[in-house]
Design a protein around this ligand. Sequence first.
Ligand code: ADP
Length: 259
Amino acid sequence: MIIEVPYYHQTHQEKEVFIHVFRNRMPLLLKGPTGSGKSRFVEYMAHQIEQKLITISCHEETSSTDLIGRFIIKGAETVWVDGPLTTAVREGAILYLDEVAEARPDVIVAIHSMTDHRRELFIDKLGERVKAHENFMLIASFNPGYQRGFKELKPSTRQRFVALSFDYPEPKIETEILINETGVDKEVAKKLVSIGGKIRNLTELGLTETVSTRLLVDAAKLIHSGLPKRLSCHVGIVEPLSDDAQTIESMKDLVDLMI
Ligand code: ADP
């Protein structure tokens, strides 16, 4: 359970969409670049609707067994342990699969039956069918920006979800987020947001991922705690984005002109 209200600034009508998706027991897909507020949104909404939240950060090794459960040996006995998907399905929680496209393909197969009218999980190792608890909700996130071919989500999977797009917020909102998250003053927040905007527009830098709100928050935190502004931007924004010396230099020059 999320006890404290997470800070979340709405950017479109995502809160309203979420409420209706939950009410209709539909699965939700959050699309958008890393650091654009997807996880924060889920935490905030879980708090709003007073539901338990189970978050799984998917990676190449995440398999359906990790989600559904496995037999483990305990002393002389073999006992079954539910995985997070099974727990959420039985108890009625929100299961948030962060970066679902990273997971092994059998994860997608495992969640298919949870994304249609059946809302039923088949646990083959137990030969058991579990009907989802009324409050079970499946949310997945994925980053369409990655150009890694097979890590795309298939249309047949995507179309099982209601989908919401996330992007970096407009400057006014992003400035507010920086102030709220870090306590940094408005002038500095505005400058950081301008730096973010400038780098985002420099497509010629060829960055795989550009400046996220998260990176701006990081730089703001460092500044607020007393690290010099330029240095904070170099280590908080520039360095995480690239390993190419020339690209780093260009971004540092730009930062030094702006803050
Ligand atoms: P994602 O899950 O998309 O990778 P996060 O939800 O972890 O991104 O967001 C990264 C950080 O950016 C958050 O910890 C928060 O500080 C900030 N953030 C981004 N968008 C928002 C928003 N709309 N409201 C509040 N904070 C935000």
